[in-house]
Design a protein around this ligand. Structure first.
Ligand SMILES: [Zn+2]
Length: 173
């Protein structure tokens, strides 16, 4: 009977494949890669379970994403992998989105706090514009729900309106 290796596509009467459908060579390659990548993923998960700053957390999630993407190829060939790469990738997307929101929210809060303290309305509205410009790049990064950014942006716009119109109204008082 002609057998074909799932991974390299080699086939022949003399070829032997294991229970997963891999030839001897691929069986070894798959085992090593699976071990290394799952170990990296586990280590990154472990690092994430202790408190880390959002930028470091992003790097760790990216590391998980890279490795899960490489393993996804094997999942698509129906090779057994735990944790399941496709599930891992959706977990990464959610976590990364939440981090991008957290990072931009903290930046915007800082800018608005500074704007509140600025002594002129011109400086206040300049800072507020700066805060809006920080939100746009995050919009590009976020794959899923962009609602938290819309809320943040509307808060900044309200601030803008307030600092732009209050002096205008005061002038007419
Ligand atoms: Zn093979």
């Amino acid at each position: 009977m002609v057998v074909t290796c799932k991974l390299c596509g080699a086939s022949g009467f003399l070829l032997r494949v294991d229970g997963l459908g891999l030839c001897d060579e691929c069986e070894g390659i798959f085992a090593i890669e699976l071990r290394q990548r799952t170990r990296t993923i586990e280590e990154a998960h472990r690092a994430l379970s202790s408190p880390v700053d959002p930028e470091t957390a992003l790097e760790l999630w990216e590391l998980i994403r890279q490795n899960a993407r490489e393993l996804l190829v094997y999942e698509e060939m129906d090779l057994p992998i735990k944790p399941v790469p496709s599930r891992l990738l959706s977990e990464v997307s959610e976590a990364v989105d939440a981090l991008h929101v957290q990072i931009v929210r903290e930046r915007v809060e800082r800018i608005l706090t500074r704007a509140e303290q600025a002594d002129s309305n011109r400086a206040k509205s300049r800072d507020a514009c700066k805060a809006i410009s920080r939100i746009e790049p995050a919009r590009q990064e976020i794959e899923g729900d962009k609602n938290p950014l819309d809320e943040l942006e509307s808060r900044v716009r309200q601030f803008c309106n307030r600092v732009q119109f209050i002096p205008f109204l005061e002038a007419f008082r």
